[in-house]
Design a binder for this molecule. Sequence first.
Ligand SMILES: Cc1cc2nc3c(=O)[nH]c(=O)nc-3n(C[C@H](O)[C@H](O)[C@H](O)COP(=O)(O)O)c2cc1C
Length: 303
Amino acid sequence: MLNRQVTVRINPELCNGCGLCVRVCPKNTLSLEDGRAVITGKESMNCGHCAAVCPTEAIKVDALDKHALEFATFHTADIWLKPGTFDVGFLVQLLRSRRSCRNFKDKQVECRLLEDLARIGATAPSGSNCQPWSFALLEDRYKVIKLADMIGDFYRRLNKMASNVLLRELMALFGKRELKLYSRQHMATVAEALDLWEATGKDPLFHGAPALMVIGADKNASCPAEDSLLAAANILLAAHCMGLGSCLIGFAVEAISRDRQIRHWLGFNDSQAVYAVIALGYPNEKYQRLAQRMPISMHYVDA
Ligand SMILES: Cc1cc2nc3c(=O)[nH]c(=O)nc-3n(C[C@H](O)[C@H](O)[C@H](O)COP(=O)(O)O)c2cc1C
């Protein structure tokens, strides 16, 4: 997974020897020799910082795809915003306006929006710049229901196992306490949700969402879980900007993580794991004001 191949190219004709690329390189891939930037390192993170900082456009990084962040549904200026030049008040208003949405309109989300959301996810930072994510898009309600059914089957099997006292005690004895904890913390709620789904068709898992995004990543990347959740955070915020409601669905992640068949159905291979599931759709809810947060714990560390 960790591809460290150097794909940086420097055009010596254009390089003015300013050394800015050397300064921002996290891997010491570049150095200055005879007043010109040259590649001296054996590895590269292919982060593109060198190319982005170069005042004469002398650097190219072949591993990077200049079309990867071409968006279909909105325009964005390809201009770097200097620190301090974007209004933090607007950002916080956006952060605070995003809500987990659990009421969706019966209206399909355009594929172009879903694809743009995946691209926005990929602008997140990632451990060692692995960019290990892969986005499975479920663009219609029929597919969402199919996944919900598979997850329902998974939880029915799990509840059957967890109601077996002997089995859960035996597993706990061998250090596997998950089943015991599950039976205490979630089994009853899950059973109730499954009954509701069966009896009324009401969807307590995905809240009736017409679309889903499932974020998987290469398990062997540096930090696949963190990378996926950071991508997810970008997607939640961008979805709000696009007029969409979103909700992370941890219960689905749990099932998909433990069920290889569901992962394969979603198009993930055995070297990938799933770390986030996002329900998406046009929101059928409206707030009058911002929600507050619980008291925030923070402290200075004594030296
Ligand atoms: C890791 C994670 C898993 C979550 N799983 C679910 C879930 O399975 N179902 C659900 O309705 N909400 C889920 N949520 C949404 C939280 O309940 C929600 O973020 C929280 O109540 C705060 O509300 P807000 O998102 O509107 O600020 C999850 C959130 C996170 C961060």
